[in-house]
Structure formats: structure tokens, C-alpha cells
Design a protein around this ligand. Structure first.
Ligand code: NAD
Length: 294
């Protein structure tokens, strides 16, 4: 079992750290928020009083922070404090350029590193069924795998440094675009007098099928577990989808990729969020197509 430092004990980090404790790892954690620390303590995480105290003498350090600048700043603070050869795993969703910089800084300091963003949300973090998309060298990935297993349903080694973040934003760009497409189709069906169930029965078993309709249908009824049945309570909030779409567009611009639908999806989610819907589940974008932006 490993000795693990965990920095960033928020909505995702706390249940992830709890699963590491349950698996028998010795976990020391730190967060800037007192309420997060309290929950972590209840979950059996030993508390550190600073980020630097979190990393000393550890086999691995996991970060689960809001954005690239938080991760870069924490790494700048802690890399010198960790034992040479410590494995650094960043599970935050951040821009690919920052993720690559984090790997470079880690290598310069003599550390092993993996970028390992997740999908599966808070529910997946609590259940220990997250999908990890990992980027980094083979040695680092081999060391990360048994640690990630305590929190994972699935782990995919996507390639070298930054490949995990690249996979995450490409996947979520598909999701953002496809949810808008499915929302448009249901909004059109409503105008045509076609029932939700009829469109679902046809599209979910023919060429319109995709996760956004089959598993997360944005109208109530056909998929009882989808947020549409619960007033679009998240689930995966509009603002988190917007964050990932913005990361996809930053990456597209800096690497010369042509993503017109990704750009359009980013604009629509931006507008929908600015209308006060940032906390709604992202499938609620169908309300925009219905002209009911709230
Ligand atoms: P969150 O805001 O709940 O947690 C982030 C935590 O980081 C906070 O508790 C904050 O106090 C802490 N923090 C910030 N700066 C710090 C520092 N310098 N030192 C120590 N702690 C610091 O966010 P979250 O929902 O847990 O998401 C974390 C990451 O996971 C994000 O990158 C997010 O995009 C990604 N993610 C979230 C979800 C989700 O459903 N919430 C799903 C997939 C991926």
C-alpha cells in the first residue's frame, strides 16, 4: 500500500481520497477550504497544514484542482519538497499546454508524472467507478495504475505527456456538440407533434443513437435516470461543460485544428450560462432550443 499526498479535496477530491483510504492507502490531504478538510478528516484522511507538508516522504502525490494555473502554482510550491522519484498524478481537468508544462517541471525536478483527468462526475468519484484518461511515460503509468485502481471503473493509457487531457477535451467536445444536436431534434419533434417516446424509440436504435440520447436523454420519460426527469438537476453542470468546451477551443486555436461545431457549442453554452443557467445540468440546453432560457 502506498503513502499518498492529496491536494484539492473538493467535490471530486474528497470522495476520491476516501476511496484511497478504503483501499488501505495512507492518505495525507490538504485543501484551502476548512469545510473540505473537515470532510476529509471524517473520511480517514490525515490532515496536513500546507501543500508542502502534504508531499514530503510520499510515494505519490495526487492533485484535484480547479484549473491549470492552480496546478502550476501548487507544483511550483511542492516539487522541491518531494523525495526524488515521487510519482505526481494530476487528475484535474486542465488545458493541454499547462499539463505538458507540469510534466516538464516534474521531469526537471526528478519526478515521475501522469496527467489523469477523469469522467464520471461526483457519483463516479463516490462509487469508485471513474474513467481515468492517462498521459505519461510507461514507467510513470505502471506506477500510477495500482493507485488509480482504487478510484476507477476504467483506466486508459492514452499516450505521452498531456494525452489524457487531450482525450478528455476531445471526448467532451463530442458530448457538448451531440447534446445540442439531440436537444434540437427533440425541440423540432415537439413542434411537429411527434412524441418524445416515438423519437427516442426510433433514434436510439438507428443512426441517431449516441450517449446523449440513449443514456442521458434530455426530455423526461424515455430514460428514467436522466436529469430531465429531475428538473435538470446536475449531473454535469452547464458551467463544467463550458469549461471543457473552452479548453477544447483553446487547444484547437493553438494547434490549428478546425472545430466549427465545437466553437458554436462553446458560444451556445456560454450564452446559456450567462442567462443564469450555469448550475443546471448541461442537458438543459434543450430549454434554449425551446425558447425557454429561464
Ligand atoms: P471543487 O471546486 O469542488 O474542488 C477544488 C478544490 O481545490 C477546492 O476545495 C479548493 O479549495 C481546492 N484548492 C484550490 N486551490 C488550492 C490550493 N492552492 N491548495 C489546496 N487546495 C486548493 O472542484 P471539483 O468539482 O472537485 O473539480 C476538481 C477538478 O475535477 C476540476 O478540474 C474539474 O474540472 C474536474 N472534474 C470535475 C467533475 C465534476 O463533476 N465536479 C467531473 C470531472 C472532472
Amino acid at each position: 500500500m502506498a503513502s499518498i499526498g492529496f491536494i484539492g479535496l473538493g467535490n471530486m477530491g474528497n470522495p476520491m481520497a476516501a476511496n484511497l483510504v478504503k483501499a488501505g492507502h495512507q492518505v495525507t490531504g490538504f485543501d484551502l477550504a476548512a469545510s473540505s478538510l473537515e470532510t476529509a478528516k471524517e473520511n480517514g484522511v490525515e490532515l496536513a497544514s500546507s501543500v508542502t507538508e502534504t508531499v514530503a516522504g510520499k510515494d505519490a502525490v495526487i492533485t484535484m484542482l480547479p484549473a491549470g494555473h492552480h496546478v502550476l502554482s501548487v507544483y511550483d510550491d511542492v516539487l522541491e519538497e518531494a523525495d526524488t522519484g515521487t510519482l505526481f498524478i494530476d487528475c484535474s481537468t486542465i488545458d493541454v499546454a499547462s499539463a505538458r508544462t507540469v510534466h516538464e517541471k516534474s521531469a526537471t525536478a526528478g519526478m515521475l508524472s501522469v496527467d489523469a483527468p477523469v469522467s464520471g462526475g461526483v457519483g463516479g468519484a463516490e462509487a469508485g467507478t471513474l474513467t481515468f484518461m492517462a498521459g505519461g511515460g510507461d514507467e510513470a503509468f505502471a506506477k500510477a495504475q495500482p493507485i488509480l485502481e482504487a478510484m476507477a471503473g476504467r483506466i486508459v493509457h492514452c499516450g505521452e505527456a498531456g494525452a489524457g487531457q487531450a482525450a478528455k477535451i476531445c471526448n467532451n467536445m463530442i458530448l457538448g456538440i451531440s447534446m445540442i444536436g439531440v436537444g434540437e431534434a427533440f425541440a423540432l419533434a415537439e413542434k411537429l407533434g411527434l412524441s418524445h417516446q416515438a423519437l427516442f424509440d426510433v433514434a436510439s436504435t438507428s443512426s441517431g443513437q449516441c450517449w446523449s440520447i440513449n443514456t442521458y436523454c434530455p426530455v423526461p420519460g424515455p430514460v428514467p435516470t436522466s436529469p430531465a426527469n429531475n428538473g435538470y438537476k446536475p449531473g454535469f453542470a452547464v458551467d463544467l461543460m463550458l469549461k471543457d468546451l473552452k479548453l477544447s477551443q483553446e487547444a484547437a486555436q493553438s494547434n490549428g485544428a478546425i472545430t466549427p461545431l465545437g466553437a458554436q457549442a462553446t458560444q451556445l453554452y456560454s450564452l446559456f450560462s450567462a442567462m443564469g443557467n450555469g448550475g443546471m445540468d448541461f442537458s438543459g440546453i434543450i430549454e434554449f432550443m425551446r425558447g425557454k432560457e429561464q
